[in-house]
Design a protein around this ligand. Structure first.
Ligand SMILES: Nc1ncnc2c1ncn2[C@@H]1O[C@H](COP(=O)(O)OP(=O)(O)O)[C@@H](O)[C@H]1O
Ligand SMILES: [Mg+2]
Length: 421
C-alpha cells in the first residue's frame, strides 16, 4: 500500500461514515475521494473516481453489499474492505467469496484499520507538497458562453486531483454564476452570506464553502440574486460603493493563506469584484472561442488588460476554447487578430460537456476521458509545473479548410484592424 491512498466510503449510516473518517484521519495517509449511502450510488461513483480502497458496509441496500461489491470488483482494481457490526460467520464467508481484502467490525478500531491497509505501525504523515506559494488563476472573458465556467470548474478539479490537496474555487460571476450547477449543487451558503455583515474571517469563510462530493474542490458559490451580488462588491447599490471595504481582496487574502491554488471564475463585466480579482491574479486565462464576436471581445479585453490596467504580457494567457469548431479560424489569423499568441487550445467536446452537466460532475472526473478532459488535465499539469510549456508551432486542427473561409478571415482581420486604428 502506498503511503498515501485514495479511499471511498459506502455506508448508509452517516455516524458510521463519520467514525471511519476520523479513524482514517488518525492514520493520516488517506484522501477520501467520495462517499455514498446506497449500493447503486457507490457502484456508480467508484467507477468514476477509481479510489484505491473502498470501505463497504454490510448495511448497504439498493442493491445489497454483496451485489455492490461484486460489481465494483468486476470493473475496477480497487481493494475492498467490508465493514460490519454483525459477528456472523456467513458475513465473513461472503466477504471472502466476493474477494474482499479484509473484514472489519464497526466502530472501526484504528489499529485494526492500520493492519487491514497494510500500513506501517508508525503513523504516516499526511502527504505534503513542497512548500508552494499560493497562485490565483482567473478565468475571464468579456463575452458569455465561451467556456469560462467549464474551464474553471474542471481546472480546479484537475489540479486538486493532481496535487492531492484542496483547491479553492471562487465564483465571482456575481450575477449569473453557475459553478455550483456544474457540481450538481444547490448551495446552502454563497458569497452573499459571507459578505452579509461585519468582518470576514477564516471561520466564516469555511462556513460559506461547499465541498462537492468526490472532488477536492472547496467552492465559494456565487450569490443567488442581484442584491446578493451588490453585497459582495458594493456595485449597483443605491449609495455609491466608495468607502466600502474590498471584500473580494479580503477573501483572496484569506484563501491565499491556506490554498496553494485558487481558481476564480468570472462574469463578463469589469465590475469592482472583477477588477480586484484580476489585479490579484497571478495568471489570467482570457477565454475565447474562434468566432468573430468572441475574438473581437477578446481583442478589446486584451487592450484593457495590457494597456489600461498595465498587466505584464506574461500574466495574461489566451485560451482558445472549442478550437476545432467548424466556424473557427487558423492560429495565424487568430494570433494576428488578437495581437498575441494563443497559449493553449481546448477542443470541442459537446458530448462530454453535456454528460458532465447532466450528471453534475466535472468532466475531468469521467472514467473515459475525452479530448476536452485530456486537454484540461494537461493544462492543469502545465500550470502546476508538471509539464514543459507547449511548442509554439501548435498543430492546426482545422487544416485543409475551404477557400471561402480564408476570404472571410481576411475580411475580418482588415475590418478589425480598421476598427482599432
Ligand atoms: N469545449 C467545449 N466543447 C463543447 N461545449 C462546450 C465547451 N466549452 C463549453 N461548452 C459549453 O458551452 C456552454 C457555455 O459554457 P460556460 O463554461 O458556461 O461558458 P461561460 O462561463 O463563459 O459563460 C455550456 O453549455 C458548456 O457546456
Ligand atoms: Mg460562466
Amino acid at each position: 500500500m502506498n503511503k498515501s491512498f485514495s479511499a471511498f466510503l459506502a455506508d448508509p449510516d452517516p455516524r458510521s461514515r463519520e467514525s471511519l473518517r476520523s479513524a482514517l484521519a488518525q492514520l493520516g495517509s488517506s484522501q477520501i475521494v467520495g462517499e455514498a449511502d446506497s449500493g447503486q450510488e457507490a457502484a456508480r461513483l467508484v467507477l468514476w473516481l477509481k479510489p484505491q480502497v473502498v470501505f463497504l458496509s454490510t448495511a448497504l441496500e439498493e442493491p445489497g453489499w454483496v451485489e455492490t461489491a461484486t460489481s465494483i470488483l468486476a470493473a475496477t482494481e480497487t481493494r475492498l474492505v467490508v465493514l460490519t457490526d454483525r459477528d456472523d460467520v456467513e458475513v465473513a464467508r461472503a466477504a471472502l467469496q466476493v474477494g474482499a481484502q479484509d473484514l472489519l467490525h464497526r466502530p472501526v478500531d484504528v489499529q485494526e484499520l492500520r493492519q487491514a491497509l497494510g500500513l506501517a505501525t508508525a503513523p504516516t504523515a499526511a502527504p505534503t507538497l513542497p512548500a508552494v506559494t499560493s497562485n490565483v488563476l482567473a478565468c475571464f472573458s468579456s463575452k458569455g458562453g465561451v467556456g469560462k465556467t467549464t474551464l474553471s470548474v474542471n481546472l480546479a478539479t484537475a489540479i486538486a486531483r493532481q496535487i492531492g490537496r484542496s483547491v479553492a474555487l471562487l465564483d465571482l460571476d456575481l450575477e449569473f454564476g453557475s459553478a455550483a450547477t456544474f457540481f450538481g449543487l444547490r448551495p446552502k451558503q454563497t458569497l452573499a452570506d459571507l459578505c452579509a455583515d461585519g468582518d470576514i474571517d477564516r471561520a466564516k469563510l469555511h462556513h460559506a464553502m461547499e465541498h462537492p462530493v468526490g472532488t477536492h474542490v472547496d467552492l465559494l458559490a456565487a450569490p443567488a440574486d442581484r442584491e446578493g451580488a451588490s453585497r459582495v462588491d458594493g456595485e449597483n447599490l443605491p449609495t455609491p460603493a466608495q468607502g466600502l471595504p474590498d471584500r473580494v481582496a479580503r477573501i483572496l487574502t484569506l484563501l491565499r493563506r491556506e490554498y496553494p491554488w485558487i481558481v476564480v471564475d468570472m462574469g463578463c463585466s469589469f465590475r469592482r469584484a472583477t477588477l480586484t480579482a484580476l489585479d490579484q491574479a497571478d495568471t489570467i486565462f482570457l477565454v475565447t472561442t474562434p468566432d468573430v464576436q468572441s475574438l473581437e471581445n477578446a481583442r478589446s479585453s486584451l487592450d484593457v488588460l495590457l494597456n489600461k490596467l498595465d498587466y505584464a504580457p506574461g500574466k495574461v494567457r489566451v485560451v482558445l476554447n472549442r478550437s476545432n469548431s467548424s466556424l473557427g479560424f487558423t492560429y495565424n489569423t487568430i494570433n494576428r487578430v488578437l495581437g498575441t499568441n494563443v497559449s493553449f487550445s481546448l477542443p470541442s467536446d459537446p458530448q462530454a460537456t453535456f454528460t458532465a452537466l447532466t450528471a453534475g460532475r466535472p468532466l475531468v472526473l469521467h472514467p473515459d476521458p475525452g479530448p476536452l478532459s485530456d486537454a484540461i488535465r494537461q493544462l492543469g499539469s502545465l500550470v502546476i509545473g508538471a509539464l514543459p510549456p507547449p511548442q509554439q508551432s501548435a498543430p492546426r486542427p482545422w487544416a485543409g479548410w475551404a477557400r471561402h473561409f480564408w476570404q472571410t478571415f481576411d475580411r475580418l482581420v482588415s475590418s478589425l484592424s480598421r476598427n482599432s486604428g
